[in-house]
Design a protein around this ligand. Sequence first.
Ligand code: SF4
Length: 416
Amino acid sequence: MTSPTVPPARLGAVRQVRPATEGWKQKKDDEGRPLLQFASPKRGKPPVHLADLTPEERVAKAKELGLPGFRARQLETHYFTHFTDDAARMTDLPAESRDELVAGLLPPLLTEVRRLATDRGDTIKFLWKLHDGALVESVLMRYPGRITLCVSSQAGCGMNCPFCATGQAGLTRNMSAAEIVAQVVAANAAIVNGELGGKKRDDHSAEKVSNIVFMGMGEPLANYARVMHAVRVMTDKKHGMGMSARGITVSTVGLVPAIRKLAAEDVPVTFALSLHAPDDQLRDELIPVNSRWKVDEALDAARAYFDATGRRVSIEYALIKDMNDHAWRADLLAEKLNARGKGWVHVNPIPLNPTPGSIWTASDVPVQNEFVRRLNEAGIPTTLRDTRGKEIDGACGQLVATEEDEVVAAGVTPAS
Ligand code: SF4
């Protein structure tokens, strides 16, 4: 099938596959458009945790428990630097009040249901159960000189993208800031315990998570306040994890007002826009939120992010065979990016896995190469992204609990 509104000069004899769900039905709103859920359904809140509080609130909480405020500072060190919430290991705290302090400020938030690792052990996918039984995942990946963790920001997702396993069930709830941070603490604990393989002999980099990408379950900017609080904890040098903001990538499918808000924050994270199509006709179907904010609005907001922060923006573009991988789309993308200036953006095309029989399958390699070549030739720095995590279903939009996971999770008592 060919698209009727593609400019004829650009069209040639290209095949146009249109996005459609496979094996499930998208939920629709009253007007028949894919349902978008921005508000988190009401569910019992997770217990309040040290990482949900500001440093002042932590001190107040310690005092509430009848202890001097500096005990809160000691707990910060145990949790954010030694990655432990085990009271028995906190020998610098008075034995008689240790358990109470830990129970009050470091309630357990994640219970490990299962983990999958690649053969070399350099990629681990964790499946976590939250206090209310909701399941989320994170993926830990070792690369030369860095360790990246892909975190979830919501249980489920309300953005309803037709290709996305996470989006199928809709939004279960927003994760708390501490639940987001807990994924990083747990990953660091696993690294410290030597559970992440693949370290090269000549790799002398520090053994903890150096990069975080918000590309797990959920749309991070739909859970804005909690995600930003989590980012502040991750980057706080005195009272948090002391990570570099540059090493943290916040991605979005294009919630324009939230992108503009992010640009005004004082934490210059790396910003990624999951665009996947440069034309509204295709993007309306591929990314339902495009019905709210169009391609040009999302690109204007992305450019504004660069203007405010000086941080080069990433455009994520999953290359899907005969759907969005056409040469004319590479040209149109380059045109739209160049129209907003030079040097502010780079493009990361992401090759999908080949999935025989599915419309959601990998572009042919020469097509991928041509797509990249055209963008580079137009002056847009473009590099195909590593998709290692896919080996264990760790790519964005692929994180979802399988039925088997649900069965295993049913036998695991959530942390409480
Ligand atoms: S692709 Fe991302 S934004 Fe879209 S439904 Fe999946 S998790 Fe949500």
